[in-house]
Design a protein around this ligand. Structure first.
Ligand code: NAD
Length: 457
């Protein structure tokens, strides 16, 4: 499919700006390995300009700046952005699919979430005005107290590639709604739709400097942003290793950070489940978006009495997943985002093999696809808890399996991880689901916990 990638620059102070060093890097279509365009590569000096623009837009013009504009004014821009995205949804969906390799229908579904998210925060921004100056009653009448909700300032928003525009929106929309000004640094592996968001901001007349978008490499653009003295807060989503670096940089300047990091989430399957429905959930939990989801349930912990039958059904499901170019009708699994990630996923699989695990299905490139970073849906058994495949996030279509005999053993296996994030329990016994979900709640609290789910079958 011929899709033309718009040629863009950095978006700073409401204008397109050529990076000061005039560097660009290639955009590679992961399904074909072809170079389909180029992305501007920002460096520290560009980041400085973007932060300066955001700082001026935040509060330079008392009374006219973004931070003191009524929520209803900010909401108008957010709604205008949502409506432009709605207009351009098909085009943006294609750009997302070709850039990061997700099936076109998934990319279009992400855009519905993007639109919903901008509208949602527009509503919150409108609601903010009415909540300002709410009185707080105090025991002593001499003192008056009230609540004023204020934006924190200039925020750095650093995002990954698995949901490029959606992850960016989850940060941009609330930041702008609250009255912050922002610098968005999307992933170098998928920046195309974030640059289109810049164009949309230009088209709706968002005041200059309110949102700046600098594309570039992590160490060249991300690092100077996270250590910039004029950034008041950092919001980061990405790998645990980068999160730790960002937290270290922020600590030097005692700057607040929000981190959304990696995971190796468990799914516990009890013996009383409906096998077919649970197999479908398990496949969805691990293989949706090619397993490139932070909360992918990639560790299956299944009761020993149903393990053989259940895993057989998973294998049947995995065989029927259509793996193809994201633009092909019915595609369920596209390519991995980049050559680097592709090699990392294959490497994790071959390490598992060399450590004694069994690759039950998958494990390599599908035979019918000679080019592109495609990996078959992979199910691995005979896994021990010390194996890398059990312990570390793969971020690819790889499910590893262990069995249990008692509830206590299942919980212990599930919690034996240095990650937090998601988890799932599958059982018809609601009390059991609630009991287990509470155990994880306590343990995960200390591990950057995000979601906990349980499904009753
Ligand atoms: P990554 O950590 O490699 O990169 C994320 C972002 O950080 C990119 O924009 C990158 O350029 C930037 N970056 C890299 N080094 C930096 C540095 N030193 N300073 C500042 N910025 C830097 O992650 P990724 O490979 O893009 O994404 C995959 C990871 O993201 C997985 O671990 C996944 O679990 C995680 N993730 C988490 C969530 C969540 O909500 N918890 C959601 C999506 C993805």
């Amino acid at each position: 499919m011929a899709i033309s990638i718009p040629s863009r620059q950095l978006f700073i102070d409401g204008e397109w700006k050529v990076p000061l060093l005039n560097n660009r890097f290639p955009i590679i279509n992961p399904a074909t390995e072809d170079i389909i365009g180029h992305i501007p590569a920002a460096t520290k000096e560009d980041v400085d300009l973007a932060v300066d623009a955001a700082k001026r837009a935040f509060s330079h013009n008392k009374g006219k700046d973004w931070s003191s504009a009524p929520g209803s004014v900010r909401a108008r821009y957010l709604r205008a952005i949502a409506s432009k995205i709605t207009e351009k949804k098909d085009e943006l969906g294609k750009l997302e699919a070709i850039d990061c390799g997700k099936p076109l229908d998934e990319a279009l579904a992400d855009l519905d979430d993007v639109i919903g998210c901008f509208n949602y925060y527009a509503e919150l921004a409108e609601g903010l005005d009415a909540k300002q100056n709410a009185p707080v009653s105090l025991p002593m009448e001499t003192f008056k107290s009230y609540v004023l909700k204020e934006p924190i300032g200039v925020v750095a928003l650093i995002t990954p590639w698995n949901y490029p525009l959606l992850m960016a929106t989850w940060k941009v929309a609330p930041a702008l709604a609250a009255g912050c000004t922002a610098i968005l640094k999307p992933s170098e592996l998928a920046s195309v739709t974030c640059l289109e968001l810049a164009e949309i901001c230009r088209e709706v007349g968002l005041p200059p400097g309110v949102l700046n978008i600098v594309t570039g490499l992590g160490n060249e653009a991300g690092a100077p942003l996270s250590s910039h003295p004029d950034v008041d807060k950092i919001s980061f989503t990405g790998s645990s290793a980068t999160g730790s670096r960002i937290m270290t940089a922020a600590a030097q300047l005692t700057k607040p950070v929000s981190l959304e990091l990696g995971g190796k989430s468990p799914i516990i399957v009890f013996e009383d489940v409906d096998l077919d429905k649970t197999a479908e959930w398990t496949i969805f939990g691990c293989f949706f978006t090619n397993g490139q989801i932070c909360s992918a349930t990639s560790r299956l912990i299944v009761h020993e009495s149903i393990a053989t039958e259940f895993v057989n059904r998973l294998v049947q499901w995995a065989k029927n997943i259509k793996i193809s170019d994201p633009f092909e009708e019915g595609c369920r699994l596209g390519p991995i985002v980049s050559e680097g990630q592709y090699k990392k996923v294959l490497n994790c699989i071959s390490t598992a093999k060399s450590e004694g695990a069994t690759i039950l299905i998958g494990g390599s490139r599908p035979e019918h696809l000679k080019k592109g970073y495609f990996v078959e849906p992979t199910i691995i058994t005979d896994v021990t808890t010390s194996m890398q495949i059990w312990r570390e996030e793969v971020f690819g279509p790889v499910l590893c399996v262990k069995t249990f005999s008692t509830e206590e053993e299942a919980i212990e296996l599930a919690n034996d991880t240095h990650y937090g994030l998601g988890s799932a329990v599958m059982s018809k016994d609601l009390e059991r689901c609630e009991r287990i979900s509470k155990v994880r709640l306590i343990l995960d609290y200390h591990k950057n916990c995000k979601t906990k789910g349980f499904y009753v079958n």
